[in-house]
Design a protein around this ligand. Structure first.
Ligand SMILES: O=P(O)(O)O[C@H]1O[C@H](CO)[C@@H](O)[C@H]1O
Ligand SMILES: O=c1cc[nH]c(=O)[nH]1
Length: 310
């Protein structure tokens, strides 16, 4: 939903509120966000979350805590970054940290896990009356024809057949939803990457799969039913369709944000080049540094948007 508002300079602009697409929500006396351990009756959500402008999500709870601490320092906020409280400590499904206008949340691995988190997150932003929110997925991925450590800003989130769509089964029927992401945010992120040192970044399509092993054409799982030639042929087709990395959440993330009028972007670092192999052999400290790259990029974007840097 869009409302006309005024910025600090007194200029008119359209304020974008978070638009849930569920007519039944309004009829509910209370909404319990079960996997967050939050609710509309037990918590004052506008008070707790109303100022949120940026939401960063990623698979690992440790990474999203580290990001919360990092962005706390980057935004120069008062208080101790080491003492941030997990808002979802009443449950061990997801972790959530609020750092000024930034929310950092973990989503686990795969479409079902992030999809549950996104339903509750989008309702949370709606109940909290947040507006002009941008969402980012800060993830890891397998690269397709890229040097390990490259950051991929997703142009199109595509499925196993390289189409920009997400298939959701509802009442036994397959419904197809568009996975279009915000072009402006992706371009701004690319611009940010050009202003930073040692942050190799490309724009490319991201393939989302429902599995890490056979689903991504890996031959090192407990089960494998295809040859090396078949694997390389599929990766080559993916490359020709513009796919530059493979992960496991981007299509549902893009589809749900789009349906609820939320600007969204996917930023994943590649941990290996899938043309070179399947196993992740890179040393732990290098992997930790790689995982920081999307965080550094998005922190720069946030600081620019907040007017903290030119
Ligand atoms: O590093 P995260 O954000 O979890 O993303 C990627 O890593 C996991 C697999 O190792 C999948 O969730 C995939 O999407
Ligand atoms: O190859 C990879 C690496 C990280 N995450 C994935 O989903 N695939």
């Amino acid at each position: 939903m869009a409302t006309v508002s005024h910025n600090r300079m007194g200029n008119k602009y359209i304020e974008q509120t978070v638009h849930v697409k569920n007519p039944y929500l309004d009829t509910m006396e209370e909404d319990i966000l079960y996997h967050f351990s939050l609710g509309t009756k037990t918590h004052n959500l506008p008070d707790m979350f109303g100022e949120i402008k940026f939401v960063c999500v990623g698979g690992s709870a440790t990474r999203m805590k580290a990001f919360a601490q990092f962005i706390h320092l980057e935004l120069n906020l008062p208080g101790n970054a080491e003492e941030l409280e997990d808002i979802c400590k009443g449950t061990d499904r997801y972790c959530m940290y609020k750092v000024g206008p930034v929310l950092s949340i973990s989503h686990g691995m795969g479409v079902p896990s992030i999809s549950i988190m996104l339903h509750e997150l989008i309702k949370l932003l709606h109940h909290a009356q947040c507006c002009d929110v941008v969402l980012f997925r800060l993830g890891t991925s397998g690269g397709v024809g890229l040097a390990p450590g490259t950051v991929v800003v997703t142009e199109k989130a595509v499925d196993y057949s390289f189409l920009p769509q997400f298939e959701q089964v509802i009442l036994g029927k397959v419904i197809t939803r568009s996975t279009e992401l915000d072009e402006g945010v992706a371009q701004d992120l690319l611009q940010c990457s050009s202003e930073l040192q040692n942050l190799p970044t490309v724009l490319g399509n991201t393939m989302c799969t429902h599995d890490f092993y056979e689903g991504q054409g890996r031959q090192d799982g407990a089960v494998c039913s295809f040859s090396q030639e078949e694997k390389l042929e599929y990766l080559q087709k993916a490359y020709e369709a513009g796919v530059r990395n493979i992960e496991m959440e981007s299509t549902v993330f893009a589809a749900m944000c789009r349906m609820c009028d939320l600007k969204a972007s996917v930023i994943c670092v590649t941990l290996l080049d899938r043309f070179e192999g399947d196993q992740i052999t890179t040393p732990h400290d290098v992997l930790v540094e790689y995982q920081q790259r999307p965080q550094v990029l998005v922190a720069h974007f946030i600081k620019k948007r907040l007017g903290l840097i030119a």
